[in-house]
Design a protein around this ligand. Structure first.
Ligand code: AKB
Length: 340
């Protein structure tokens, strides 16, 4: 009999690292897929790792045949800054890649006679506020508000949330042979900017938060590309992993929506700078605004309302801003760059 496995795409990314470590500790069999060879440190923690592209239909077809996939964490994507350099390529990877994985989930669920869970990290990039005044007055934005993204990545995330809803509830709704009702159990989280002590993000626009901290800890000078008063929500990686696995485990009948905000704290760039400088007094950090990237961050809300996640699947972050920096980020980063 085939082993039941969890499939993780984009396994080499920041979230992939955290998720593989977490699921491995729970003795879950993992099939890891990434465009680059899986980090050596992660290899012993997965059953199989595959170097390949989410656009490769043959490869995905083989996965369906070879594995019994119960849950898919589809993490692979091109982030907001990188996507603006080649929006059409980003669209292909972010949207067509997601469509391919949703199709794979349908095939798996029909083989197995039970729904396959599809866990999809979306983003605050799905929001778009037009002006700084609107951003200031929007307050805690709810899932169905301000859905006018200004980046290709944000448009892709918003559209893929709708694709997930479609595959979950309306897939081939006119076909006469839809006796098999098992399709995709789609669940998505809109994440804020993420900060990890273990890995560095690449290609995002919220990267100034983690970059400031990692640069200071590794004695590198850093030019923060947003104004000091810039404010968006952030979360540390352990809370992001907690959110993913909590939503995955939630009973379907408690879920009243497909997409949920989660958040922890909303510091300004100046506040992050102050915390980093207190921990690393020799840090050389300056503010040099990069206008195009600033505009992207200005279009994201200052705060988001995660009350639906709290109500439906008992979401609550473990880390507020002080605990995040004092008990996780700063000690772990000091250890990483200057082990005693
Ligand atoms: C990015 O900056 O693109 C991501 C995100 C906010 O989803 N970190």
């Amino acid at each position: 009999m085939r082993k039941e496995v969890v499939l993780i795409t984009g396994a080499n990314g920041e979230m992939g690292h955290g998720l593989i470590n977490h699921l491995h500790n729970k003795n879950i069999n993992i099939v890891a897929l990434d465009i680059a060879p899986l980090d050596k440190s992660l290899r012993p923690k997965v059953s199989t790792y595959i170097v390949g592209d989410v656009l490769d239909q043959m490869l995905l077809g083989r996965l369906v045949v070879e594995h019994q996939i119960c849950t898919i964490y589809h993490l692979a994507s091109i982030l907001s800054t990188k996507a603006e350099y080649n929006p059409e390529t980003a669209h292909r990877i972010n949207v067509e890649g997601t469509l391919n994985l949703l199709r794979l989930a349908v095939e798996q669920s029909q083989w197995q006679g039970t729904s396959v869970k599809f866990i999809y990290p979306s983003s605050i990039a799905a929001y778009g506020v037009a002006t700084l005044q609107e951003k200031a007055s929007a307050g805690k934005v709810k899932e169905d508000e301000c859905a006018h993204p200004t980046t290709m990545y944000g448009c892709n995330k918003l559209y893929c949330e709708h694709l997930g809803r479609y595959y979950n509830s309306y897939y081939r709704q006119l076909a006469v042979d839809t006796a098999n009702t098992h399709t995709v159990d789609f669940r998505s989280i809109r994440f804020p900017g993420l900060i990890s002590a273990e890995t560095m993000p690449t290609g995002g626009t919220s990267d100034y938060g983690p970059e400031m901290l990692h640069a200071a800890a590794s004695n590198e000078p850093y030019d923060c590309f947003v104004r000091p008063d810039t404010r968006i929500p952030f979360m540390v990686m352990p809370d992001a992993i907690k959110a993913l696995v909590k939503l995955e485990a939630a009973p379907r009948n408690r879920l009243t929506q497909f997409v949920y905000n989660v958040t922890s704290f909303s510091p300004s760039a100046q506040e992050i700078f102050d915390i980093v400088l207190a921990a690393f007094p020799n840090a050389e950090i300056h503010f040099t605004t990069d206008e195009p990237r600033q505009k992207i961050v200005d279009s994201w809300p200052e705060d988001i309302d995660d009350s639906a996640a709290r109500r439906d699947w008992d979401w609550a972050p473990d880390y507020g801003v002080e605990k995040a920096f004092n008990e996780y980020l700063i000690p772990a980063i000091k250890q990483r760059y200057r082990p005693e």
